[in-house]
Design a protein around this ligand. Structure first.
Ligand code: SR1
Ligand code: MG
Length: 406
């Protein structure tokens, strides 16, 4: 029998099933446990453990000492504590939007949570051109509540500073600082640009001094603006979805940063789905319908977020100076500016940097992939440089359309 109590080791499927049997009180004594490793992210091991007698299943998620994507990323397994603690907190602030966590184990650096196999990963669903009419409403409730209720507008400032400490996440933040804010904007060795897209990136991104300056400013905002407790990696691979339900997973990049970072990541990943659909749906009418659905969803995310954030502000504000007329409008405006910037950064980095998205890599025709990537980079750059004037849902859609037409 393995010793799970004394020292950390990375588990295999047999270990994870034994772990569940020995350490947890979830399944019946006579459970017939089967375990499969199902993780497809860049960092962790995800074990699905099923009792073949009852059909009941749970997830054991373990943080390894290095990232799966590359041994070069040595990342503290403490990220599993961050993930467990933020999931508990988000579960209180935005009920029903995150999986329930049953246990966190600081020795094995793993947590046990609900199995969401009745949902599907949103990125895969969008690549299959599925529509989720409730998504914009659901995600904006999650965003408005988690981003406002963890901020100085609502929380006592000493308590909030305690949270900033609790969720200080230097190694995962460093990954974002490098992969999102730095490497994509110069000809860095670690970048991984598709051959046909390289020349365009050289001309459009690496030769642009204004863009270098603006992304430098944004990097310093990301590192210093402890505004809200962020998910920190809110792409469509971090969202489980079904017709009537959305569950946000994988918040291991959580920390206190600019609120717009999470919203911008959602918008950018809807744009990846849009570009993918543009090049993969053959039938014109079906394609246009799907693109229209995605444009509407992008616009709704912005509009509903702004509306819900302002409404919740009036109910929940405790900071006296935040009630000064005009302040909340200024505050939301700055979040929307950061949203545009974050969308732009994500659009550029998934084309140029080391971590790609299937929306682009799965476009099998090389010319189409290059065209799709150029659209993302063009839109990304525009979102960054024009962020001061991008405020409404329609503004976001206009940048996207213009980039497609260029
Ligand atoms: C080394 S981790 C690479 C990327 O995967 C994660 O999901 C984050 O997006 C990170 O940037
Ligand atoms: Mg992840």
């Amino acid at each position: 029998m393995r010793d799970f109590a004394s020292a950390y080791f990375t588990m295999n499927e047999t270990d994870a099933a034994e772990y569940v049997r020995e350490r947890l009180n979830i399944f019946a004594e006579d459970a017939d446990l089967e375990c499969r490793e199902i993780g497809d992210g860049n960092l962790n091991y995800v074990f699905k453990v099923t009792d073949l007698n009852s059909g009941q299943s749970i997830i054991v998620k373990q943080a390894g000492p290095v990232a799966r994507i590359s041994d070069a990323f040595k990342v503290s397994p403490d990220r599993n504590r961050i993930e467990s603690e933020i999931l508990a907190l988000q579960g209180e602030l935005a009920q029903g939007f995150v999986p329930k966590v049953y246990s966190y184990d600081p020795v094995m650096n793993c947590c046990v949570m609900d199995d969401l196999s009745d949902h599907e990963i949103m990125r895969s669903a969008l690549l299959n051109h599925k529509k989720f009419p409730l998504f914009a409403d659901q995600i904006t409730t999650f965003l408005a509540r988690t981003l406002l209720l963890t901020s100085d507008v609502v929380m006592g400032h000493k308590e909030k500073k305690g949270r900033v400490q609790q969720f200080t996440n230097p190694e995962l933040c460093e990954i974002t600082e490098d992969l999102v804010y730095t490497e994509p904007f110069y000809n860095c060795e670690q970048n991984d640009v598709f051959e046909g897209t390289k020349e365009f990136v050289h001309q459009t991104i690496w030769n642009d001094r204004e863009l270098a300056l603006e992304t430098a400013k944004l990097k310093f905002d990301f590192m210093t603006k402890a505004q809200s407790l962020l998910h920190g990696d809110l792409h469509t691979g971090s969202i489980f979805i079904k017709e009537d339900s959305v569950k946000i997973i994988d918040p291991e990049f959580a920390f206190y940063g600019p609120a717009g970072y999470d919203i911008g990541n959602v918008v950018a990943n809807l744009i990846f789905a849009y570009v993918h659909a543009s090049y993969t749906i053959k039938e014109e009418k079906r394609k246009n319908e799907y693109l229209q659905y995605l444009e509407e969803t992008i616009a709704q995310v912005i509009e509903l977020f702004s509306r819900k954030f302002l409404e919740l502000w009036d109910e929940a504000v405790t900071e006296q100076t935040a009630t000064v007329p005009g302040f909340k409008e200024w505050y939301v405006d700055s979040i929307l500016e950061d949203t545009a910037a974050a969308a732009g950064l994500e659009l550029c980095r998934r084309v140029i940097g080391i971590a790609h998205v299937k929306d682009l890599t799965s476009i099998s025709d090389e010319e189409n992939r290059v065209e799709a990537e150029k659209i993302c980079v063009t839109a990304g750059k525009a979102f960054i440089l024009e962020r001061a004037s991008i405020r409404s849902g329609n503004d976001f859609v206009k940048v996207l359309r213009r980039s497609v037409d260029q």
